[in-house]
Design a protein around this ligand. Structure first.
Ligand SMILES: [Zn+2]
Length: 201
């Protein structure tokens, strides 16, 4: 997979780099390929600074109104202040070259008992780094917290846990903001993640 192994450009930019760690996929310690498939690999980058998102509104994986409100609050509070531009997509696209970037679901299908939520790529791009469409699935009945919404949305734009960051950090290092694992109580995206996002998009 050498052809797809990119040196993160963020590391080459010496000036103004104030992050605690590089946790934007691919990192030096996690330079794997972006794969298509449920829980098949690392979270990938999204393919554009304009991020179109949809929250399932009917069917098996629909979010309740309270969960939608929480997801919107986390996007408004943590992601809109970054260089990413989030847009709600009420007519989501699931096929072709311009799919809706993030689809939020509520449900537990396929999740191991110990896992509250997950993010996966459903349409890897050709460069091995980007994903055209990422799904977020979080259990029902109270699991769609602000912190977890911040955490999984972070994965959907490429942010990694501490053990996949360079330099490696403990998965509970508070500098990881809401990418701390488990995210409970860590509501803020935080300076490290904002720096990584803004250096990438
Ligand atoms: Zn995670």
């Amino acid at each position: 997979m050498v052809a797809f192994t990119l040196v993160p450009l963020t590391l080459a930019v010496g000036v103004g780099w104030a992050a605690a760690t590089d946790n934007m996929f691919p990192t030096y310690v996690n330079d794997s390929h972006c794969w298509t498939g449920f829980r098949k690999g690392s979270p990938c980058q999204t393919d554009n600074r304009d991020v179109y998102f949809y929250m399932d509104s009917h069917g098996e994986y629909m979010l309740e109104a309270v969960d939608k409100k929480t997801v919107n609050a986390a996007i408004d509070g943590e992601y809109r202040p970054t260089d990413l531009a989030f847009h709600y997509d009420s007519t989501p696209v699931f096929k072709g070259s311009g799919e809706t970037d993030i689809v939020y679901q509520e449900g537990s299908t396929g999740l191991p008992d110990s896992v509250a939520g997950t993010t996966w790529c459903d349409a890897a791009g050709g460069d091995g780094v980007d994903c055209d469409q990422q799904f977020i699935r979080v259990r029902g009945a109270g699991y769609y917290t602000y912190a977890r919404s911040c955490h999984e949305t972070g994965h959907a734009v490429g942010l990694q846990h501490g053990d996949n960051s360079n330099p490696r950090l403990s998965r509970t290092d508070s500098r990881l903001g809401c990418l701390v694992t488990p995210s409970t109580g860590h509501n803020d995206l935080g300076a490290n993640n904002v720096t990584n996002i803004n250096a990438t998009y």
